[in-house]
Design a binder for this molecule. Structure first.
Ligand code: IPM
Ligand code: MN
Length: 355
């Protein structure tokens, strides 16, 4: 029997609660599809940092490098200054494992409410492909005369031809494989960021020549925000840099029903990828069994899809659709009509009983 090794980082806050339900669904699907997953737990995050002073050691990185994937709950702790855990764990993992794609499917499932008037599941079904290792996230820059009236703070956006090209190429391939609208939109800001997005646009146009079956489009990031609210049905696949991708994928998460149902993958197609619900650690809900595990379950689905287990991934997707359509009263924390564990059980039930 095929076996995968997955590293689990339950992390902070509600991370452990939602990851437990994700594992329930992933195990149910892998049982039915005839493969096995062995989990290895990694105790990382705010509590661990407070206790030990350790954020993410080299030996943990070394151990994670032998895995097939990483399944992450949430990182972020109210007692730890913002930036320490995010940079020290989440961003470090993305960079260390060269997870150069941040993949964010945006699907409005039936039974889920969108804040957009007169829009339904037929209008909201697209994917954001965000570059995940460069741009403003590279950490380049610094202070000059810090703390004085003449202080200078510089934060540089780093864009390499190789980094941009591999991301754009991934997006074209993904768009072709997805086979829905066969349209790839580049999201940039060529009218102002005339170096960075000049490189992006030239690379986009070069790579596009190899994909004559894919229709291409371009929009500035501010316009993308506008269209995403007004005409989300225009989008099939959107490719963009790290910072813009971060911003537009939160907007996208809201129109698909919010953090309770939004999942993402940090992908290195040839290495160790990492999958996470994008909602964060939600400290105020910790341990109360009110948080929605669907986002974590969908992160599990994305993980199986990326591992090449499409049949199992599709079982999870179908089960999530049924749960959202038939059972859940709402998708927000405390509004589901079920506890976190009960939602996991519902999804598992549909997987176990599917044909
Ligand atoms: C995300 C998050 C992270 C990011 C933070 C927590 C560093 O917002 O995954 O989108 O900005 O990439
Ligand atoms: Mn973000």
């Amino acid at each position: 029997m095929k076996e995968y090794k997955v590293g689990v980082i339950p992390g902070d806050g509600t991370g452990p609660e939602v990851i437990a339900e994700g594992i329930k669904a992933v195990d149910a699907a892998s049982n039915r599809a005839g493969f096995r997953i062995e989990y290895e737990n990694y105790n990382l995050g705010g509590e661990h940092y407070k206790k030990t002073g350790e954020i993410l050691s080299d030996s943990v990185l070394e151990s994670l490098s032998g895995l097939d994937a990483i399944y992450l709950g949430a990182i972020g702790h109210p007692d730890v200054r913002p930036g320490i855990l995010e940079k020290g764990i989440l961003l470090k993992l993305r960079f260390h494992f060269d997870q150069y794609i941040n993949l964010r499917p945006v699907i409005l499932f039936e039974g889920v409410e969108t804040p957009l008037k007169n829009k339904g599941p037929e209008h909201i079904d697209f994917v954001v492909v965000r570059e995940n290792t460069e741009g403003l996230y590279s950490g380049a820059g610094g202070f000059h005369k810090k703390g004085t009236p003449h202080e200078v703070a510089i934060q540089e956006s780093v864009n390499t031809r190789r980094g941009v090209e591999r991301c754009i190429r991934y997006a074209f391939e993904y768009c072709r494989k997805r086979n829905k609208g066969k349209k790839l939109t580049l999201c940039g800001k060529t009218n102002v960021l005339t170096y960075a997005f000049d490189l992006w646009e030239r690379t986009f146009n070069d790579v596009a020549k190899e994909y004559p079956d894919i229709q291409t489009d371009y929009a500035n990031v501010d316009a993308i925000c506008m269209w995403m609210v007004k005409n989300p049905e225009w989008f099939d696949v959107i490719v963009t840099d790290n910072m813009f991708g971060d911003i537009i994928s939160d907007l996208a998460a809201m129109i698909q029903g919010g953090m309770g149902v939004s999942a993402g993958g940090n992908i290195n197609p040839a290495g160790v990828s990492m999958f996470e619900p994008i909602g964060g650690s939600a400290p105020k809900y910790t341990g109360r069994q009110v948080i929605n595990p669907i986002a974590a379950i969908l992160a599990g689905q994305l993980m199986l899809e990326t591992l090449g287990e499409s049949r199992a991934a599709s079982m999870i997707e179908k089960a999530v659709k049924k749960t959202l359509r038939n059972d859940l009263k709402g998708v927000a924390a405390g509004k589901m009509g079920f506890t976190t564990g009960e939602v996991g059980d519902l999804v598992k039930g549909y997987i176990v009983n599917s044909k």
